[in-house]
Write a protein that binds this ligand. Sequence first.
Ligand code: BGC
Length: 781
Amino acid sequence: MTCENDWTPAWLEPEQKTVTREPQINLMDMFMGKPMPESDPNEVRLHPCPMLRREFTVAGPVTSATLRCTARGIYKAQVNGADVSEALFAPDFTAYDKIIMYQAYDVTGLVHEGENRWDVTLADGWYAGRIAVPGDSCQFGDRLSFAGELRIELADGSVQVVDTADAGAWKSGRGKYEWSDIQLGEKQDLRREAVFDGAAVPVDAPAADVVPQVGPAVVRRERLEAVAFWAEGDAIVVDFGQVIAGRCRIECDLAQDQELRLEHAEVLDADGKFFMNITGRNKDAVDEFVGRGGHEVLEPDFTFHGFRYVRLSGWDVASQGTFDPACIVAFAIRSDLTEVGRVRTSDERVNKLISNTLWSQRGNMLSIPTDCPQRERMGWAGDIQVYAPTGCFFMDLDSFLSRWLDQVMADQAEDGQVVDYSPMPTPARGGAIMPGVCSSAGWGDAIIAVPWELYRQYGDVSVLERCYDAMVRWHEYCVASAAGAFSDGGEKSGDDRYIWDTTFHYGDWMLPSLLANGPMDGAMATKDFVATCWLAHSTDLLAQVADVLGRDGADERRAYAANVRRAFRGRFVAGEGRLTAEFQGLYVLALAFDMLEERTRQAAADRLAQMIRDNGNRLDTGFLSVPYLLDVLGDFGHADVAADVFWQDGCPGWLYEVDHGATTVWENWLGVAPDGTVGTFSFNHYAFGCVCDWIVRKVGGLRLREPAWAEFDVAPAFVRGFDSCELEHETAAGTVRVAWSGAEAGTREVRVSVPAGCRAHVLLPGAGEQVVGEGERVFTC
Ligand code: BGC
């Protein structure tokens, strides 16, 4: 896919109708701990996919042909019956009221002299499909429209342009798609031949900027075959062995009027039966096909699901024969990102944890960085803020996250607030942001932390430049909010101004010990503390950004952060090394973000270690603190506790999930309880997979020192329980490799490979620091 030139397209609307369906259940109920109602007032509106057709004559032999397309909704374009690209769900997910991307395709091989045909099918996608926390349909708009231009260069040097400006030359129609919702699923009635008997009408262009597509398109990638299948009543359940974001393709005979139905689920219930509660909040994740009599390859086009299991109903043994699982495959669908990091240890359970994390990343890097593929599928800023370092180890996320940051900035409010997920649909709410999804500490802070991580990983100063004003506006909002500017209590005075306790935050989200009534209890118990830590930490990061960019104000920012830390100690420190709230995650953040006086830090770390010991070596940390937990323990002389927490196979613990059949990372440590009860949270959330960053740095020993890996440390901590670890990471300069083996000190061999232009600081026990440049070397220690 290539993109050049700016383009001001003309927009067309095909004839279209909306069908309404039974209401679905509102996701907000989950947050508010309400019992699940039978139904809610959310109306589900679906569009039978409208189609557009343009027939045209090309006057002579073609030397080149380029197509540019975009839509409100998502589109599939074909020229003379052939798909113009393998891209799915174009245009990618943006805040469509502000930015719409267009795609450009080289279609030289598809256009020819004489009669030609250009077909477009539109579907709801993220624009009109059921998305986000409230889960309504049509949150950006309820009319689908398309814009396109085909530019053909002929051998005689002339140029022929066919586009959507000429509405009268287009016909509109309808084909096999009864509906297609990006979340609920798709119904194809194969008996319906496409008919083009309607007119297309010109419609106003959107107010949004129409810009070239940046970053990767969404594509089908990994192909999975069934690993098991069994009958459940009249249905057949197929297990693909791996939780993915994607969909199935099934090849079979399908009789006239026969209906096949595929339901999708991530987990089975405790009895090993098909289990759908996780998607119960959006009841359906169902694809349906109605036969016309013939051999078919059935696959939905405009939807995807989060699943591992598929329940297939409607299989007719009499006409189709005994079900053969070879007829069905699943495809993982994701943004076309290059995988650049691999790590393998001597422990197979840890290797499974690493694989699970990578699969969660695959399932959640789908157009935007999402929280989970089976429920909200939103660009929750806190999740990617937590996960970005791990994410950048496994995949090249430079253009992907940079594009998402454009959405975050487009969604930023006038007063500097950053919404908790982007793209944020606001048009359906009259332009207002949904209450409760704005400016949570650790979520909004992604506007500083994520560009900073991109700068570290890829040396990309331009992302800092581009985001700098947004960072400053966010910071100023946080400062004013902490000082009481927006709260009913009015302006605060004294050190109280530096405590951010004036608004809602998600706090240390998913805190295990406070999850009995849902995650809100943990949020409320930790929010002021966590927000104040983040206020200091983000301010420090902003000062560092200012230094890199040579901007003014870094000293003032540091002075402000010092005030926050002083105020924090006044409010949240109870005594030498003691905090006012005894949660592990709060100790972790206080230590990781330097909130405590130097002389009390060790005592606080010792207290943290003791709390963990008292908890049976189990962690009690949520999203925001877990990335720092094991490092903080190691840094303060408790590497043994860190190892015990890491190797913990009870709940909560990373290996507990592995032992309980996880193939991705769970949203809630208690996805499957020790008694086998299967929970209703997501089974595919990458946030807690951030431990892989610790594995890379401490077990593998590879730690970035200077942006873009120009300098890095090789410093394995020889964490108890590992006999070897090997990893490689492809950087712009070349591939970095570190591999060590040998369990005993004195026998360990560390192999290091440094790309040209980079330097490694090798720090091994008893050997001091050795700085080496390009080449491969072996060290012993
Ligand atoms: C999402 C999270 C997100 C959170 C906000 C959840 O529903 O799945 O991962 O960050 O809401 O706290």
